[in-house]
Design a protein around this ligand. Structure first.
Ligand SMILES: [Zn+2]
Length: 290
């Protein structure tokens, strides 16, 4: 309590010093009146009320913004998961098609081996009945050729089986990832539906509150509030002073401006970001006596 009083005394001591330099030409009584006023009537109730109303409006909008943020991120997350899943499903489809083709290829090679073995068998029988060396050589070459064909087919089958094995492993990994993502997606979809459901009423109530608060604020101020809010990245148009700095942009507030702010003689904006500054004590008081 003692600190409060000293603060207020320094306040009044500084005030005239500045006024005297800035408006030297003006009559002294005006300055003196300004000196007296803050000590006897510490706050202009009009301005303080306006600031309280604006702070309340800000709080209401901040709550609405928060709801929007909650919801605003979830649909994006759901969308991302859906896109990711669609990509995985396509990859899975391609892998399965590749495996199917490969199996057909292996079957073809197996059929070729059977065919070549039959040919070899036939040529070997014919070898017993050859009439001359040329015929013998031709048959021997054919048998050798079919033997090479069998080796080639066997090689293709072996390679194909390795591919098939590796691809099947990728398919089963992909399938489990898909199942995992699908579970995550379903959880997010449910969460989004729940939030939408839950916050619907809350948001409607907050909007109604904002409208009724706006009715009590003069047009000019409301216009300024909306303009500042739109320009501010965090949606804050009204901010408290926090450790001598603007609660919106965190730039230091000059001491004289802080003094002026405490007096509630007029609405003061941050000279850096243009946000409406409020004394945190005033907000606290407003919370205690709503
Ligand atoms: Zn600022």
């Amino acid at each position: 309590m003692a600190k409060e009083t000293t603060k207020k005394t320094t306040t009044t001591a500084k005030k005239p010093a500045k006024k005297a330099t800035t408006s030297k030409a003006k009559a002294k009584p005006v300055v003196e009146q300004a000196v007296v006023e803050p000590t006897s009537v510490p706050r202009d109730p009009g301005v303080a009320d306006k600031l309280i109303a604006l702070s309340r409006l800000q709080e209401t909008y901040t709550k609405i913004d928060h709801i929007k943020t909650l919801r605003g991120e979830l649909p994006l997350e759901v969308q991302d998961l859906e896109d990711e899943l669609a990509g995985m499903e396509t990859r899975l489809k391609h892998l399965e098609e590749d495996n199917k083709r490969q199996k057909q290829g292996i079957a073809t090679e197996k059929a070729r081996i059977v065919d070549a073995e039959e040919k070899i068998q036939r040529y070997k029988e014919q070898l017993n009945n050859v009439k001359n060396n040329r015929e013998y050589d031709n048959l021997a070459k054919e048998i050798e050729f079919q033997g090479l064909e069998i080796e080639l087919s066997q090689k293709r089958i072996n390679e194909g089986n390795v591919d098939l094995q590796q691809r099947s492993e990728r398919i089963s990994e992909l399938k489990s990832t898909i199942a995992e993502r699908r579970t995550a997606l379903e959880a997010k979809q449910e969460e989004l539906a729940r939030i939408k459901n839950e916050t619907k009423q809350e948001e409607e109530a907050l909007r109604a509150e904002a409208i009724s608060l706006e009715e009590g604020i003069e047009e000019r101020l409301l216009h300024a509030f909306s303009r500042i809010r739109e320009g501010a990245r965090n949606g804050l148009a009204v901010v408290p002073i926090d450790r001598d700095a603007c609660g919106g942009c965190f730039n230091k507030i000059p001491p004289q401006r802080q003094v002026d702010l405490k007096l509630h003689k007029k609405i003061i904006v941050c000279e850096y970001c243009g946000r409406i500054l409020v004394d945190p004590e005033l907000i606290e008081e407003a919370h205690q006596h709503p």
